[in-house]
Design a protein around this ligand. Structure first.
Ligand code: DC
Length: 221
């Protein structure tokens, strides 16, 4: 780990509705690390653009909007938080409008540059479990603890439907995997887990086994 990131980073990547959020949150709680949801950051910027009437496909205007917005990324109760000009966008992050536009926002290189900086800053202060699309491949390529959680398209669609959310995960995945800036890929050294037939505990257990193997001190866990 380079000196500027003295803390432990566990990277959890994967497509939409692969179960990575539940796994990352459970893991972070057990380890007492901070859980960082990077998807929420891209969603927050998407919400801001929609709220201010800025078209998500207009990269120049989105960048300008961000330039004039104060973004505070923090931690509360062991989880990442975000405020935009003092406003907490959390209640709006899984709306249909945000789901439909977040991939466009996430493909803007300047947006990614800014958010990646904020994501890396967490590891200055905390041990983290960070989930997203590019954590192992681009945000913390140096971490030895990388996981890629997958699940079949059917299982993922079913999981979203059970959450009662309108989310076109197939088109979002396609956009996220084919964009030019840090697309969703499986990092070469990531441990891949297919969660289609596993519970959250099952996946978390497999990750613990792997972390132990890699020599991460896990105490009583
Ligand atoms: O994990 P999620 O479904 O909440 O993420 C929402 C979108 O944000 C996803 O479609 C792609 C983008 N994203 C990204 O590009 N990079 C990340 N590290 C996390 C999310």
């Amino acid at each position: 780990m380079p000196k500027e990131h003295p803390h432990i980073v566990i990277a959890i990547d994967g497509p939409a509705a692969s179960g990575k959020s539940s796994v990352a949150r459970t893991l972070a709680r057990k380890l007492r690390y901070v859980y960082v949801n990077t998807g929420a950051m891209y969603r927050a910027v998407t919400w801001l653009a929609l709220e201010k009437g800025v078209p998500p496909l207009d990269a120049g205007r989105v960048q300008q909007l961000l330039h004039f917005t104060e973004m505070e990324c923090g931690v509360r109760d062991g989880e990442s938080t975000i405020l935009l000009d003092g406003v907490d966008p959390t209640p709006h992050l899984v709306s249909e409008a945000v789901n439909g536009n977040v991939s466009a926002i996430a493909s803007i290189p300047d947006v990614r540059r800014l958010l990646v900086k904020k994501q890396r800053a967490y590891a200055f202060d905390y041990d983290v479990v960070m989930e997203g699309r590019d954590i192992g491949s681009a945000v913390f390529p140096e971490t030895p603890y990388k996981f890629y959680i997958d699940a079949s398209a059917e299982v993922r669609a079913l999981r979203r439907a059970r959450q009662g959310l309108q989310d076109s995960i197939t088109s979002r995945d396609k956009q996220d995997s084919t964009r030019r800036a840090s697309p969703l890929i499986i990092a070469e050294d990531a441990h891949v887990i297919d969660s289609s037939n596993l519970t959250v505990e099952g996946v978390t257990g497999e990750i613990f086994g792997r972390l132990k193997q890699k020599g991460l001190p896990l105490g009583e866990l």
